[in-house]
Design a protein around this ligand. Structure first.
Ligand SMILES: [Zn+2]
Ligand SMILES: [Zn+2]
Length: 307
């Protein structure tokens, strides 16, 4: 079974919620109840922004997330096996330097001294820029020597829009990347950013928009197929916004809205004036709560948190 927990649901500048980053957890066997009986068999972070370390630090205190905690009460970074990067904004990558340094100096192998290395997954263009433009500044020198991205992570490079090269798997679940219309240099898609379409081979799919402007024609077929959708949403209108605004999201077909949870929202989310517009949707995604993405039991719903 696959669960999805937002470390946070906030916009890049939100202070009441952490950055919109996600922890996916895989168990080979289904479990009942609200709290898993064992740690997951695999884990995947989708993005790890500037608030990521604090968000994980808080999450490890919640029931069923104890495996993220070290005996002394810190974050057990080796519990994170894979990290997928949607794009290079700091609310999506700002926590990676801490993760890399902790895995190198705190969670290294006691016998060999080798760092603990999770897998970093993204497209080649994002991975190259992630190192050259972002991580290199803080990570390119380890005591007495130079270091590269592969000193901290196993690298898996994808190629967008090329069948066979645009997916990765967590257990039996297939994560397909698709380009999102987030920030332009000169034209659509020329600054790379990606969303995810997660398929369950036994049926069901989840659409995760990543950071994007409103572009329903591009996402329509995926959103129609999905059993649940998670869509970027900025709560206020803005000319040339790089995010989908709530007004734009309201133009989605009613059947799509009813299976869509909004995330990446600002701190005004509980303003009563927004309630009628938000009521058209499945709701706002909730932070630090575990969603069972493809429940096998009819009394479980993927939009209802387990904890
Ligand atoms: Zn963002
Ligand atoms: Zn962004």
């Amino acid at each position: 079974m696959l669960t999805m927990t937002f470390l946070g649901v906030g916009s890049a500048f939100a202070k009441r919620n952490y950055n919109a980053n996600i922890l996916f957890e895989l168990w080979r066997d289904e479990w009942d109840g609200n709290v898993p009986p064992t740690p997951p068999d695999d884990t995947l972070l989708v993005d790890f922004g500037v608030t990521g370390p604090l968000a994980l630090y808080a999450l490890k205190e919640r029931p069923g997330f104890e495996y993220l905690r070290t005996p002394s009460g810190g974050i057990s970074y080796p519990a994170i096996r894979k990290v997928f990067i949607t794009h290079q904004h700091a609310d999506h990558i700002g926590g990676l330097e801490e993760m890399a340094l902790m895995n190198t100096f705190v969670f290294n192998d006691r016998n060999t001294g080798k760092p603990h290395k999770p897998e970093v997954i993204s497209t080649i263009n994002i991975l190259v820029n992630l190192w050259d433009h972002s991580l290199k500044g803080g990570l390119n020198t380890i005591q007495n020597r130079y270091a590269l991205l592969q000193d901290y992570f196993f690298i898996r490079a994808l190629i967008a829009c090329k069948p066979g090269h645009n997916t990765f798997s967590v257990g039996p679940y297939v994560f397909e990347i698709f380009p999102t219309d987030h920030v332009h240099i000169e034209r659509k898609y020329d600054w790379p950013s990606y969303g995810l379409f997660v398929s369950n081979p036994k049926g069901g799919a989840a659409f995760y928009s990543g950071d994007t402007r409103f572009d329903y024609p591009a996402y329509m077929r995926m959103m129609e197929r999905a059993t649940i959708c998670f869509h970027d949403c900025q709560l206020f209108d803005q000319q040339e916004s790089v995010h989908a605004t709530l007004s734009e999201c309201r133009t989605l077909p009613a059947a799509i809205k009813q299976k869509t949870l909004l995330y990446h929202y600002g701190d005004g989310f509980d303003d009563k004036a927004l309630a009628p517009a938000l009521a058209e949707f499945k709701g706002l995604a909730r932070p630090q709560e575990r969603y069972h993405l493809f429940p096998v039991r009819p009394d479980r719903s993927p939009d209802r948190p387990l904890t």
